[in-house]
Design a protein around this ligand. Structure first.
Ligand SMILES: NC(=O)c1ccc[n+]([C@@H]2O[C@H](COP(=O)([O-])OP(=O)(O)OC[C@H]3O[C@@H](n4cnc5c(N)ncnc54)[C@H](OP(=O)(O)O)[C@@H]3O)[C@@H](O)[C@H]2O)c1
Length: 235
C-alpha cells in the first residue's frame, strides 16, 4: 500500500525539493502545476490553478493515482503567486487570480482529497514569514499568506476526532525563482537578504523540504504555525 504526497507547485523550487525528498523516502508523488516536475517517477497533473475548472483534469488523475491506494496521503499546498501590488490600488481581476492560486486552490484540493485521508495522513500549508507580518508592495501575497494560517487552523478544528494532522510551515528567504526574481540578479541585494538571517545565508529549498517531510511524520505538530527562517534579523 503506497503512501502518496500530493504537492502543488513541484515543478521547481521548494515544491521540487519536496517531491525529491518524499520520493527518496519511497513515497509516490503527484505534482500539480503548469509545468512538469522532472523528479523521476513523479505523476504530473499539468493545470493552471488560476483558471477555475482545473478540477476537471485533476479529479480523474486523483482517482487513478492516490485514489487506488489506502496508504497515507500528505497534501502539500505549496504553489503560490508572488506579485508586486498595493492594497490601496488593487485591481479586482488581478486580486482574484492571486486568490485562485494561493487560497481557493488549497480549499478545493482539501475537498477533493479529503476522502483519501487515512489515519496518519496530513495537510501541510506552505505559508511565509509574511503569514504573520507585512511588508510594503506585495499586498496580495501578504493577504493570501495570512489567509493560509486561518485555513490551516480551520483544518485542524474540522479534523477533530480523526488521526489526520495539519500545520503551516513558514519559510524565510529561500533560494528559489520567487526570491531570484525579486532580487533581479543584484548581488548586493542578495548579500543583504543573506544578512537578514542570523546565520548570514539564504535557506536552501532542500532544508524546507526536509522540514515538510518531518512535519508529515510528526502529528504532535497538529495546528502549529512553524517558522523555518534561520532566525530572521528584524530591521
Ligand atoms: N522562496 C522564498 O524565499 C519563500 C519564502 C517564503 C515562502 N515561500 C513559499 O514557498 C512556496 C514555494 O515557492 P518557491 O519559492 O519554491 O517558488 P517558485 O520556485 O517560484 O515555485 C512556485 C511554484 O508554484 C507553481 N505555480 C505558480 N503559479 C501557478 C499556477 N497558476 N498554477 C499552478 N501552479 C502554479 C509553479 O509551477 P508552474 O510555474 O509550473 O505552474 C512553481 O512550481 C510558495 O508558497 C511561496 O510563497 C517561498
Amino acid at each position: 500500500m503506497a503512501d502518496w504526497a500530493l504537492i502543488t507547485g513541484a515543478s521547481r523550487g521548494i515544491g521540487y525539493a519536496t517531491a525529491a525528498r518524499f520520493r527518496a523516502e519511497g513515497w509516490r508523488v503527484m505534482n500539480v502545476s503548469r509545468h512538469p516536475c522532472t523528479v523521476p517517477d513523479v505523476v504530473n497533473v499539468e493545470v493552471d490553478l488560476s483558471v477555475p475548472g482545473w478540477e476537471a483534469t485533476f479529479a480523474p488523475a486523483l482517482r487513478e493515482g492516490p485514489g487506488q491506494g489506502g496508504g497515507r496521503v500528505c497534501l502539500v499546498h505549496n504553489a503560490a503567486r508572488y506579485v508586486h501590488d498595493e492594497v490601496l490600488a488593487m485591481d479586482a481581476d488581478h486580486f482574484r487570480q492571486v486568490l485562485e492560486v494561493n487560497v481557493v486552490a488549497p480549499a478545493v484540493l482539501n475537498r477533493l482529497v479529503r476522502p483519501l485521508l487515512t489515519d496518519g495522513s496530513s495537510i501541510l500549508y506552505v505559508g511565509s514569514t509574511l503569514s504573520e507580518k507585512a511588508v510594503k508592495g506585495i499586498a496580495s501575497y501578504v493577504v493570501t499568506k495570512h489567509a493560509l494560517v486561518g485555513m490551516m487552523r480551520s483544518t485542524c478544528q474540522e479534523l477533530v476526532g480523526t488521526q489526520i494532522h495539519t500545520a503551516c510551515v513558514c519559510p524565510g528567504f529561500t533560494d528559489t525563482e520567487i526570491l531570484r526574481e525579486h532580487l533581479g540578479g543584484d548581488a548586493a541585494a542578495r548579500a543583504s537578504v543573506a544578512a537578514r538571517t542570523t546565520f548570514g545565508r539564504i535557506i536552501t529549498p532542500e532544508e524546507i523540504a526536509d522540514f515538510l517531510y518531518t512535519c508529515a511524520n510528526t502529528p504532535v505538530l497538529n495546528g502549529a504555525v512553524l517558522h523555518a527562517n534561520l532566525g530572521q534579523v528584524e530591521t
